[in-house]
Design a protein around this ligand. Structure first.
Ligand SMILES: [Zn+2]
Length: 44
């Protein structure tokens, strides 16, 4: 899986964020937070 915020390769460990029916994983809490603020910006 790829962190949609920073582009880093990440595993599928931890709790994904579901957006538009897809699961997204993040390298860190900061990327997760940024995604949650504006998911459309990172998924278009
Ligand atoms: Zn990241």
């Amino acid at each position: 899986m790829k962190d949609p915020v920073c582009g880093m390769e990440v595993g599928t460990k931890g709790q994904p964020v579901i957006h538009g029916g897809k699961e997204y994983y993040f390298c860190c809490a900061t990327c997760r937070w940024a995604f949650e603020q504006n998911p459309d910006e990172f998924t278009k």
